[in-house]
Ligand binder design. Structure first.
Ligand code: NAD
Length: 293
């Protein structure tokens, strides 16, 4: 079994590290939060006093950090100066494409293989080991990473060269942000027209308006019992995270010269929602703002 260093043991990284330990890998874990490290140790990981200590002697390093600046910092200060040549580096954080390609280039220069492997599936998927991984990197690194990723996820997609995992992730989440607003507008219009939400669901879920935001994550209470709408929009996937991904999509669209007018509008609406005190609410709660609440 592999010697794995795991850095970033938050909502996602914690259960992902636990699944690697459960699969009998030797996991050395570090987070700035002592409580997060303690939980990881209870789930079978070994404690490291710093990120630098965690990566020494590791064959594989997995990072699951909030944003690009954290990944750049941890790679430049802790990971790259302390890992042995040939170590496989896997960054699962959702970050901007430029940062992903920057750290991959630094890793390559230092003689390390690296992939960007952001995920979708949320905390539920991380806990159940059913995440989807979108991977950017060369074939060799992808082949080596695959058996490790399979202990944390179910669908592993090689999206192409370095940075393409992040590209796939932000394109998907831009679609998700836009479609959640579209579904919410549909239900709000239905309400004002006196059309029952369940009736709209019955029609739209089997018609051309069907999509994941409607069928799996319906933003009104009732039609989909597991959706956050049934528990006062307790996250799930927070509005702050959605805003982060929409801003990353806008940043990438501007840099690449892509026209994404609905993505831009979705970013503005989620910004308004987050700044109205809803950062920690589930992103589907945006329906309440659209309803004038
Ligand atoms: P989180 O805030 O719960 O966890 C991040 C962890 O990183 C924290 O425990 C923090 O202490 C730690 N950290 C920050 N800087 C560090 C450093 N320098 N050294 C060591 N540890 C450090 O966030 P999360 O929800 O676990 O998300 C992690 C990543 O996964 C983000 O990029 C997010 O966009 C992405 N993501 C999250 C979800 C979700 O549903 N939560 C879903 C898909 C992807």
């Amino acid at each position: 079994m592999a010697k794995i260093a795991f850095i970033g043991l938050g909502n996602m990284g914690g259960p992902m590290a636990a699944n690697l330990a459960k699969a009998q890998h030797h996991v050395t874990a570090f987070d700035l939060s002592d409580a997060a490290v303690k939980t990881a140790v209870e789930k079978g990981a070994h404690k490291a006093a710093s990120a630098a200590e965690a990566v020494k002697g590791a064959e594989i390093v997995v990072t699951m950090l909030p944003a690009g600046k954290h990944v750049r910092e941890v790679y430049e200060k802790d990971v790259l100066p302390n890992v042995a040549k040939g170590t496989l580096l896997i960054d699962c954080s959702t970050i901007d494409v430029d940062s992903a390609r920057h750290v991959a280039a630094l890793a390559d220069k230092a003689g390390m293989e690296m992939i960007d492997a952001p995920v979708s599936g949320g905390v539920g998927g991380a806990t159940a080991g059913t995440l989807t991984f979108m991977v950017g990197g060369d074939d060799g690194a992808f082949g080596k990473a695959r058996p490790i990723l399979e202990k944390m996820g179910k669908n592993i997609v090689h999206a192409g060269a370095s940075g393409n995992g992040q590209a796939a992730k932000i394109c998907n989440n831009m679609i998700l942000g836009i479609s959640m607003i579209a579904v919410s507008e549909g239900f709000m219009l239905a309400k004002r027209l006196g059309l029952d939400a369940q009736k709209l669901f019955d029609v739209a879920s089997t018609s051309s308006g069907s999509c994941w935001s409607l069928v799996n994550y319906c933003p009104v209470p009732g039609p989909v019992p597991a959706s956050p709408a049934n528990r006062d929009y307790q996250a799930g996937f927070t509005a702050a995270m959605m805003l982060k991904d929409l801003m990353l999509a806008q940043q990438a669209a501007n840099a690449a010269g892509a026209s994404t007018p609905l993505g831009a509008e979705a970013a503005q609406l989620f910004n308004l929602f987050v700044n109205s005190g809803n950062a920690a609410k589930d992103f589907s709660g945006i329906i309440r703002m659209l309803d004038g609440k």
